[in-house]
Design a protein around this ligand. Structure first.
Ligand code: ATR
Length: 273
């Protein structure tokens, strides 16, 4: 039976998700298709109605709807509840069920490298939806402390409250003071959109060394300015495309209840750069 899937968001034209999922369907000869569907922030209600009208089998949710979508869901899993956001939706005959694959998608590349996160001190750049899922993941892995640095301090403080609620020691800082950073961080994670437009890195390389793990969730360009600086300091690098791939694999498996063709999906991501 032909199944249709989608990714909704705005902007949506640069999303790699249609290419990744369609490559997976081709690889397994599945009669499925995956489309990008632009829904502006103010049009989520009518957008969801349209998706139900065409009997969409499931859809991914990206900026700016990850939090707002929660209101439209009939059910959601524990990750969504914890994070307060969903990125993967199943349409079960008009009943919408939400999942969040960002958190485990973020953690997987760390686990694959056998890097231990427990007890570590993390510098987290950004305080948007992605940061929230990452903090939930870091909490699940029992990090010791998170320093959240963001352009807008209020948003960092809000997220700091969330982090404290789930038992993590937290401090918040503004990006204006980035040059003064001098802590000893085990992980430096960029969860902001800084770097996407080739912006220069604001995090001083002096706080990076060969023991630091630098994880940039921006996947385009592959080598952001942050990653370039981290490489110059021989830090361990985790690339944004790794999280993109892991969350896509999890969405595929939720929808189709079979193992995703990991290599075919990875190949299409790498081929797009
Ligand atoms: P997402 O859901 O992907 O996290 P978001 O909620 O829009 O997206 O969050 C984007 C993050 O990138 C925010 O932390 C934002 O900082 P503000 O809270 O100050 O808005 C950060 N960001 C975006 N553009 C930025 C820029 N030019 N300089 C610094 N930070 C930026």
């Amino acid at each position: 039976m032909l199944k249709t899937f989608a990714v909704i968001g705005d902007p949506i034209d640069h999303s790699l998700s249609p290419a990744i999922h369609n490559a997976a369907y081709r690889q397994l000869n599945l009669e499925c298709t995956y489309i990008g569907y632009k829904i502006p922030r103010a049009e989520l209600t009518s957008g969801i109605e349209s998706l139900k009208a065409i009997k969409i089998s499931g859809f991914n949710v990206t900026i700016p709807h990850k939090i707002e979508i929660m209101k439209f869901l009939d059910e959601f899993d524990d990750n969504c509840k914890l994070i307060g956001a969903a990125n993967t939706i199943v349409n079960d005959n008009g009943l919408l069920k939400g999942y969040n694959t960002d958190m485990d998608g973020f953690l997987e590349p760390i686990k694959k490298r056998d890097i231990s996160i427990k007890g570590s001190h993390v510098l987290l750049i950004g305080a948007g939806g992605a940061s929230r899922a990452i903090i939930a993941g870091l909490g699940k892995e029992h990090v010791k402390k998170i320093s959240i640095i963001n352009r807008t301090l209020e948003k960092a403080n809000e997220l700091g409250n969330f982090a404290r609620k789930i038992g993590i020691k937290t401090e918040t800082l503004t990006l204006e003071n980035a040059l003064e950073l001098n802590g000893d961080y085990n992980f430096i994670v960029n969860a902001s959109s800084l770097g996407l437009k080739n912006e220069s890195n604001l995090i001083p390389p002096k706080i990076m060394n060969e023991r630091t793990v630098v994880y940039d969730i921006v996947y385009k360009p592959v080598n952001t300015e942050l990653i370039k600086d981290a490489k110059s300091k021989n830090s361990q690098i985790i690339y944004g495309y790794e999280m993109l791939l892991e969350q896509a694999v999890r969405s595929f498996e939720i929808w189709l209840k079979q193992k995703a063709p990991y290599d075919a999906m990875k190949k299409v991501i790498l081929g797009k750069f």
